[in-house]
Design a protein around this ligand. Structure first.
Ligand code: SF4
Ligand code: SF4
Length: 201
């Protein structure tokens, strides 16, 4: 169980960097970061993040606990490992972000409903079709908040969807499916079996 993050009403919590050092996987390597920005500059998702990894690490040092733990940076990271490969100081950026995400859930900063709803939609598509169909994942996710909210979110993103259709990034045909769905089912069953066995050991 993770030790609670230092609790203070001050905006800048100077104990936060130490807490990350002691509790977050890879956090002990944060001191190596020289703020060069190669990670943020290399990140394909950087524009979708509240703060790129370089800035997030600076915010940790500055003690901006609330801003860091409620940031969307960790959730938007796709774990492509480009930052890890390119970091000149071998900072395990991806591991740090992954564990910060776990800590943000554990400490009540993340919005578990939003995240679990999206995961459920993603997982449903992967299991049903053997692929993730962005239209169906998005629709299922939006409508998991109710019909009114689903329609509202859909309309808010209509322009993006139309742009994707026009540029061929999104199709309007039936969802693509893998051929060997029985094989996929067997793999998933095996994975569930291993997971259950390991959870008991
Ligand atoms: S690339 Fe490495 S050293 Fe440079 S800012 Fe990112 S984590 Fe820090
Ligand atoms: S692992 Fe995450 S933070 Fe690093 S480059 Fe990829 S998406 Fe960006």
């Amino acid at each position: 169980m993770t030790k609670p993050a230092p609790n203070t009403s001050e905006k800048y919590d100077l104990g936060f960097a130490n807490w990350v050092y002691e509790n977050v996987n890879g956090g002990d390597k944060l001191g190596l970061c020289m703020q060069c920005g190669v990670c943020s500059g290399s990140c394909p998702i950087g524009e979708q993040m509240d703060h790129g990894p370089r800035k997030l690490f600076m915010m940790i040092r500055a003690g901006m606990k609330d801003e860091v733990l409620s940031s969307n940076t960790m959730w938007n990271c796709t774990s492509c490992y480009r930052c890890v490969v390119r970091c000149p100081r071998s900072v395990p950026v991806t591991y740090i972000l992954q564990d910060l995400a776990a800590k943000s859930v554990e400490l009540g900063y993340a919005k578990p409903n939003e995240n679990s709803k999206f995961s459920n939609s993603f997982w449903w598509s992967a299991k049903t079709f053997g692929r993730t169909d962005e239209r169906l994942v998005t629709a299922k996710y939006y409508f998991s908040f109710g019909v009114v909210e689903g329609v509202k979110r859909g309309l808010d993103n209509l322009k993006i969807a139309w742009g994707m259709i026009k540029t061929g990034r999104m199709h309007l045909t039936m969802p693509h499916q893998i051929k060997d769905k029985a094989g996929l089912k067997a793999i998933l069953a095996k994975a569930a079996e291993i997971e259950e066995r390991e959870s008991k050991s």
